[in-house]
Design a protein around this ligand. Structure first.
Ligand SMILES: Cc1cc2nc3c(=O)[nH]c(=O)nc-3n(C[C@H](O)[C@H](O)[C@H](O)COP(=O)(O)OP(=O)(O)OC[C@H]3O[C@@H](n4cnc5c(N)ncnc54)[C@H](O)[C@@H]3O)c2cc1C
Length: 374
């Protein structure tokens, strides 16, 4: 089967959704493909107590991937407003974080927790820290999925799930994409909003050998565990939004690298009288939820077992770039300007934060629209 679209966007994570949104708003004939059945990519929010959900979980909002973004980053918030859900943006409730020394929790200076976790804060954000409302983090009222749902509400007619792109080749007018299952799609223009390793292979195969360098991006594995408790299981409500552990990984045997007090960090993450904690867990033997609970019980003075737990494993989670990354990306983009309209977007190229991904996707769409207009 061969179908055609003016622009194919491959990848329905935030970058691909933002690109498809921008294109669709401009009136382009878009097809949005993803290898998975579910849109959103790394954005995974579960609201387990929804209609038909299992008992005991009503009113919890569980994030498996990103849970928020810096308030000073405008792109994701602008897209939310454009998509009509600006009213669902919520500010963090608590502020400050701690360092778990192995003995006690000690307050950390602002920004230190991110630095310890290796999270890059965009350089223009620091300058805005003097203005209080921009300070800190934001999210959405019922989780990061709010934005995905708002975008998909518009894009549903053009979203094609379970359509992994396996090949990309020049066609008479634009590009021909091969899909798993053997079908093909032809398009005048293509945006690859895919992880770097997937885009690298497709772009190199389409005649840009330098794109193989894009595969240098390292995606670190990660496991997050969300644990629910009754409020009275905690000795006292902890201060701040969470902690980072000072343990030396691989030697200490410690599992929890960092932890968010989700129910204190953003509104509406747990029903009244309950606590929801999210731990970032390193490699452990056995059940990561049991390992996380055992450590958190000691650190936060938790009595008894969690009401329930939910673990999300990301074999390829947050990307980190090697030196020279920006140069490789720029060189590939320069080479792409000499081919039929083809763009790359997303965390593998332009920054791992959700707002950077939105910006990357929208910019790719604008460039493609300009080229189609030329
Ligand atoms: C545990 C965790 C916590 C995080 N926390 C935060 C946070 O709090 N704040 C923040 O700003 N960022 C956070 N991040 C980072 C952020 O979530 C991601 O960088 C961002 O969501 C990536 O978006 P993307 O669209 O570039 O890629 P993805 O979300 O990875 O989307 C890529 C899409 O491409 C699809 N795909 C792959 N191969 C193919 C193919 N061949 N054909 C078609 N489709 C394909 C995938 O199925 C996927 O849907 C976190 C990440 C993780 C893993």
């Amino acid at each position: 089967m061969a179908v055609s679209a003016t622009v194919v966007v491959a990848g329905a994570g935030l970058a691909g959704l933002a690109a498809a949104w921008e294109l669709s708003r401009a009136g382009a004939n878009v097809a949005l493909l993803d290898a998975e059945r579910r849109p959103g990519g790394m954005v995974v929010t579960e609201r387990p107590g929804g209609p038909g959900g299992p008992g005991g979980k009503d009113g919890f909002v569980v994030e498996g991937g990103p849970d928020g973004f810096l308030a000073a980053e405008p792109d994701i918030q602008d897209l939310a407003r454009d998509a009509g859900i600006g009213g669902r943006l919520v500010d963090q409730l608590a502020s400050g974080s701690s360092l778990w020394t192995g003995q006690r929790l000690e307050p950390l200076a602002e920004g230190q927790a991110a630095a310890l976790l290796g999270i890059q804060i965009p350089s223009d954000v620091g300058a805005q820290h003097a203005a209080p409302p921009q300070f800190g983090f934001r999210s959405f009222a019922t989780g990061m999925l709010d934005l995905v749902e708002a975008l998909v509400a518009r894009l549903a007619p053009v979203f094609r799930p379970a359509q992994g792109v396996t090949g990309l080749a020049p066609a008479t007018r634009g590009w021909r994409l091969s899909l798993n299952g053997g079908s093909t799609v032809e398009a005048e223009a293509v945006i690859l909003a895919l992880p770097a390793w997937a885009a690298a292979r497709l772009v190199a195969g389409a005649g840009v050998p330098a794109a193989r360098h894009l595969d240098d991006v390292i995606y670190y594995p990660s496991t997050t565990v969300s644990l629910a408790y009754r409020g009275d299981q905690l000795a006292a409500a902890p201060a701040g939004t969470g902690f980072v552990s000072a343990a030396e990984w691989g030697e200490s045997g410690a599992a929890v690298r960092a932890c968010s007090y989700s129910w204190l960090k953003y509104p509406g993450r747990a029903p009244p009288g309950h606590a929801l904690i999210r731990a970032f867990v390193g490699p452990v033997d056995g059940d990561p939820a049991a390992a996380a609970h055992a450590e958190l019980a000691g650190i936060l003075g938790i009595r008894g077992s969690p009401l329930w737990s939910r673990a999300f494993t990301w074999p390829r989670g947050l990307p980190r770039y090697k030196p020279g990354h920006a140069g490789h990306v720029a060189a590939v983009r320069e080479r792409l300007t000499r081919l039929a309209p083809l763009a790359i977007a997303g965390a593998g190229f332009d920054g791992a934060g959700v707002s950077a991904c939105v910006k990357s996707g929208r910019e790719a769409a604008r460039q493609i629209l300009m080229r189609l207009d030329a």
